[in-house]
Write a protein that binds this ligand. Structure first.
Ligand code: UGA
Length: 435
């Protein structure tokens, strides 16, 4: 099958490349000329394990190409997938301007039957919106479907190729057959449903996962107060298969391009139809405050942070990505600077996202090129992102190079930190020590 993927962001690029890996002929289109030029030269614009290799492999096989000519991409294909950004507007509603723009372009370009697929995370009713725009240009029949994406940054290729389900929201038999044929090579269970349910599934899935995280974070906050350990509690509840053990890692809250946007998005979708989605409002409230646990722990050790040197380890919102969107590291660093009127030394290290950080973090920050360089002679090390390189250090020995061995573990990712010479504070942990 021939597929045009419009939009080469995280979702568009990864899924486009994976469709080509499944043997389809894929053309990825984007208005960003520089990005397309890079992709044509086999440069991958995002850090995502395994993606670059697949780009090189499928481009050289002739299954995959890149263009800025959206009209040509539309005409080349049987299926047009829309994977452009849907950011939040200040009122929490979803900015549909990029989707609308693409729908207009498709309407102006198509000449014969196509299946148009929404892959972006879009509010319920978006397929109808796209249909209406395209219809305003042509009389040729076409179908619109919703095939939401469930990939995670940092494991995007693996998630697409080994997903747990593919959801196809469709209202036409012809398009259904085409979309099943496209997705069969993945050998992943397919759920065919109506379009609006497919659109809601995406928001409901992300909202539920975000709710799990805020729930366990609240349990962590409670555990500290009642003298329990959140790791034990998570294990105890997670082994009940009705609850499930995944996404119960307490820490400093969720970030990234999806959960913060989609939790706001579902509240807004509900508001449009007069439904007050109170649970999700609380999920967001808990998350907005959770990063402050780091500052509270730090203040418990150092009531006065003036003149202290604090090392921030990990900047990206999660490991294996250079994405800093809604990353807790930014809020933590900004608060530390604000609370001390800039009278603090902050050193940062991240294995991948240092370049991205330069435009985002306050000027006072010193960029370091290794964990050692960041923590030497510092008063406290804060683990913000659980990068393997950070977790696998020999912390008992390494912490000796610090001025004072104070480690605040925002991801509860270090084990066996029971050394008397180290002050180790996790989130929601019983055995942490204050010396
Ligand atoms: C999320 C979903 O997991 C994907 O299924 C979805 O397709 C994607 O959003 C999307 O809508 O595009 P992603 O944001 O890439 O994926 O990353 P996650 O691994 O879900 O992590 C999100 C945030 O939650 C991170 O900040 C992570 O540190 C945090 N998290 C995750 C926790 O604090 N605790 C956990 O137990 C799990």
């Amino acid at each position: 099958m021939r597929i045009a993927m419009i939009g080469t962001g995280y979702v568009g690029l990864t899924t486009g490349v994976c469709y080509s890996e499944m043997g389809h002929s894929v053309i990825c289109a984007d208005i960003d000329e520089e990005k397309i030029r890079q992709l044509q030269q086999n440069h991958c614009p995002i850090y995502e394990p395994g993606l670059k290799e697949l780009i090189i492999k499928n481009s050289s096989k002739g299954n995959l190409s890149f263009t800025t000519d959206i009209e040509a991409a539309v005409n080349f294909s049987d299926i047009i997938m829309i994977a452009v950004g849907t950011p939040s507007l200040p009122d929490g509603s979803v900015d549909m301007s990029f989707i609308d723009e693409v729908a207009h372009k498709i309407g102006q370009s198509i000449k014969d039957y196509k299946v148009i697929v929404n892959k972006s995370t879009v509010p319920v009713g978006s397929a109808d919106r796209v249909r209406k725009i395209v219809q305003s240009y042509i009389k040729t029949p076409f179908d619109v479907a919703s095939v939401p994406e469930f990939l995670r940054e940092g494991s995007a290729v693996k998630d697409v190729l080994n997903g747990e389900r593919i959801v196809i929201g469709i209202d036409s038999e012809k398009a259904k057959d085409i979309l099943i044929k496209v997705h069969e090579p993945f050998q992943i269970p397919i759920q065919v449903t109506d379009i609006r349910s497919a659109e809601l599934i995406k928001y409901a899935a992300n909202s539920f996962l975000a709710m799990k995280i805020s729930f366990i974070n609240e349990i962590a906050n409670l555990a500290e107060k009642v003298g329990a350990d959140v790791l034990e509690v998570a294990k105890g509840i997670g082994s009940d298969s009705r609850i499930g053990e995944r996404f119960l890692n307490a820490g400093i809250g969720f970030g990234g391009a999806c959960f913060p946007k989609d939790t706001l998005g579902i509240i807004n979708i509900a508001e449009q139809v007069g439904h007050d989605f109170k649970i999700m409002k609380e999920v967001i409230n808990v998350n907005r405050k959770q990063y402050m646990r780091i500052i509270e722990h730090l203040n418990a050790v150092y009531p006065n942070l003036y003149g202290k040197t604090v090392s921030i380890l990990g900047l990206s919102f999660k490991p294996n990505t250079n994405d800093l969107r809604e990353a807790p590291s930014i809020k933590i660093i900004n608060d530390l600077v604000k609370n001390t009127n800039g009278n603090i030394r902050i050193r940062v290290y991240d294995p991948i996202s240092m370049d991205e950080a330069r435009g985002v973090l306050p000027e006072i920050v010193k960029y370091c090129y290794s964990v050692e360089e960041a923590i030497v002679d510092s008063d406290a090390a804060i683990i913000v992102t659980e990068w393997k390189e950070i977790v696998e250090q020999d912390w008992k020995n390494l912490s000796r190079i610090m001025k004072t061995a104070v480690i605040i573990d925002g991801r509860n990712c270090l084990e066996g930190m029971d050394d008397d010479s180290i002050t180790y504070l996790g989130i929601g942990r019983k055995n942490y020590k204050l010396k």
